[in-house]
Design a protein around this ligand. Structure first.
Ligand SMILES: C[S@@+](CC[C@H](N)C(=O)[O-])C[C@H]1O[C@@H](n2cnc3c(N)ncnc32)[C@H](O)[C@@H]1O
Length: 191
């Protein structure tokens, strides 16, 4: 419901608060040209547009019709799928890259999402999660504001995220972009 109402203002808000990493993401994930990329919780397609522009075949999954409607209005060369990240209507081993940008803390069933990401990634495929560090004051403020907007968030310590994904067969590490935001990059083990 929150994103349904927020959708018309989302792109403007992201520009205003300057947390748009879309210009950098294709470089962080290089090479992306010719890759099958899943943008999970991809919203209005800000990052999907950048990845498609860099030559990736992008599938954007989101559970909000309002956010997908905004993405559709941009007429991007991106496949749009309405689905819950914890129950993906997608085949096993389909993607070279999965991106979760500013969506992880919104996922209610995070264990289910980890299971699904590990399933749809190809062996050797890469996972990138950009999210907020629960230790920072900025994140605590975001958590409060989201709770006030009836959007409960579940922020994860980056070390805990590394451990959760390791247990699912994805090996990775993280670094901080700022004190309050980190980027995790992992690779699905080839067995
Ligand atoms: C803050 S927005 C981020 C959008 C985009 N990734 C970006 O960086 O601009 C979070 C998105 O996650 C989506 N979302 C939340 N829970 C979800 C779920 N369980 N499955 C799929 N998408 C979900 C929301 O609808 C929303 O579009």
């Amino acid at each position: 419901m929150f994103f349904q109402l927020f959708a018309p203002f989302y792109d403007g808000f992201i520009k205003f608060v300057k947390v748009d990493h879309s210009g950098k993401i294709p470089g962080w994930l290089a090479p992306v040209c010719g890759m099958d990329v899943l943008d999970l919780g991809g919203g209005t397609g800000i990052n999907a547009a950048a990845l498609a522009g860099a030559g990736a075949r992008v599938t954007l999954v989101d559970s909000s019709r309002g956010m997908l409607k905004r993405a559709a209005a941009k007429r991007l060369a991106v496949r749009l799928v309405l689905a819950d990240a914890a129950s993906l209507p997608l085949h096993d081993g389909t993607f070279d890259i999965v991106l979760v940008s500013d969506a992880w803390h919104h996922f209610r069933d995070q264990a289910g999402v980890v299971r699904e990401v590990a399933r749809v990634l190809r062996p050797g495929g890469r996972l990138c999660i950009i999210d907020f560090d629960p230790c920072s004051k900025v994140t605590k403020t975001i958590a409060l504001l989201e709770r006030m907007a009836a959007e409960p968030s579940k922020f994860t310590l980056p070390d805990k995220l590394v451990e959760m994904l390791h247990r699912a067969g994805i090996e990775g590490a993280y670094c901080h972009l700022q004190s309050y935001q980190y980027v995790y990059i992992g690779v699905k083990k080839i067995v």
